[in-house]
Design a protein around this ligand. Structure first.
Ligand SMILES: N[C@@H](CCC(=O)N[C@@H](CS)C(=O)NCC(=O)O)C(=O)O
Length: 386
């Protein structure tokens, strides 16, 4: 093994984009290769138990799967030149919120803009998906592989509610997000101020992996939110290209007076994502109640690599949606909640105040009856919470 960190993923992978941006911004030398790589196939895959990206192979031989775990692993190893998490408990809570929302809440827009614009996107995506397979695969063989891989992702698109029928609402919600983020970026080069954090890296999943790179959404972003496109480039670069920001203004955010532009982004997250995650927690609790004998340390399903437990319905903006329930989302939600539980009374009051003001307060108490834990690189249920 080389002395470098090795990242397994492909350029168009959503979750790999989160990890790649962290490595680039933190100026950590690494090499990236696809899941076709011999090391992935022969050493990594048997360890992680499912075909998934991103995976990080560390120089000491440790293998870490999952974007969130990879960032926290590297941060704990002291690799971050910019702290992954802000020191302030208030801002840290918002960083965890963006980790949840970035990877999971923007998935609908990310999938819609990739898979519902075939005329503009399809040739590009077909070329991008070639990176999943070894270079020697023939065109004829690739055609079959592409049909299978793209078919699977198209099915996933509808599981996340990104159907053509929902197109106008998805697009207007995303336009609103771009507008709010553009306004926030007038004052701040990053989500939580003047340094990149988990919040920025997490948003890179959808915002870079799909929405900046795929032809149709790339044009939408460039034309309607060029400042957002520059932020995507900034977060993906080791350089500090923030010349558009006045040095004088670089005072850290004040916990007790968060910028209105950030508050508005939080309100957007409440409207966009709270109904969905609420429905998913309700579904999961019913599902857990129906399986009183579920063994802790398992996912409760026949296939230990399966990531979905069912479909839940909820009201989203002016319509009803049914989306797939993934325990992984609770894994991220729990981090936000544990941080809140462990904060000082004073910090809890500040966090609660902001969550109440923005409509996010239910998130602090929305809990599944069992925690989601990670065992052997898979998400599993823990013992019931008393
Ligand atoms: N929570 C996981 C999600 C990873 C994930 O879904 N990755 C996609 C690519 S962006 C994947 O590998 N999908 C393969 C599959 O589901 O078969 C993480 O952050 O690592």
């Amino acid at each position: 093994m080389s002395g470098l960190y090795k990242l397994f993923g492909i350029p168009s992978s959503l979750y790999t984009a989160k990890v790649r941006s962290y490595f680039r911004k933190q100026a950590i030398p690494f090499e990236e290769t696809g899941p076709w790589d011999q090391q992935y196939q022969q050493e990594v895959l048997p360890q992680i138990g499912r075909m998934i990206m991103p995976v990080l192979a560390c120089p000491d031989g440790t293998v870490v799967q999952d974007g969130a775990d990879i960032l926290h692993h590297c941060s704990n190893a002291g690799l971050s030149r910019y702290p992954l998490l802000p020191a302030s408990p208030m801002l840290r809570s918002i960083a965890y919120l963006f980790e949840l929302f970035g990877g999971e809440g923007l998935l609908r827009a990310a999938m819609h803009y990739r898979w519902n614009f075939d005329e503009i996107n399809l040739d590009t995506i077909r070329s991008e998906f070639r990176c999943l397979f070894p270079a020697h695969v023939s065109d004829a063989d690739y055609e079959n592989l592409w049909q299978a891989a793209s078919g699977q992702m198209r099915a996933a698109t509808t599981f996340f509610g990104a159907s053509v029928e929902n197109a106008t609402v998805i697009e207007s919600a995303y336009a609103e997000f771009l507008r709010l983020l553009s306004e926030h970026l007038v004052e701040y080069p990053y989500i939580l101020g003047f340094e990149p954090t988990l919040a920025d890296f997490s948003l890179m999943g959808p915002m870079y992996g799909h929405l900046y790179r795929d032809p149709h959404p790339a044009q939408v972003m460039r034309r309607t939110a060029p400042r957002v496109a520059r932020w995507v480039e900034r977060v993906n670069s080791g350089e500090e290209n923030r010349s558009e920001y006045a040095q004088a203004a670089m005072t850290p955010m004040n916990d007790n007076q968060l910028p209105d532009t950030l508050i508005q982004l939080l309100e957007f997250i409440a409207t966009e994502y709270l109904p969905e995650i609420t429905a998913h927690v309700t579904f999961a609790n019913q599902w857990l109640d129906d399986q009183p004998d579920l063994s802790a340390g398992t996912n409760g399903l026949d296939d230990p690599a399966q990531r979905f437990i069912g479909m839940a319905e909820f009201e989203w903006r002016d319509r009803k949606l049914t989306t797939v329930v993934m325990p992984y989302r609770f894994y991220l939600l729990q981090v936000l909640q544990s941080h809140y539980d462990e904060a000082s009374h004073e910090a809890q009051q500040t966090i609660k105040g902001v969550y109440q003001r923005t409509g996010l307060a239910p998130l602090l108490n929305l809990r599944t009856r069992r925690p989601v834990e990670r065992r052997n690189h898979l998400e599993v249920w823990g013992e019931p919470i008393e």
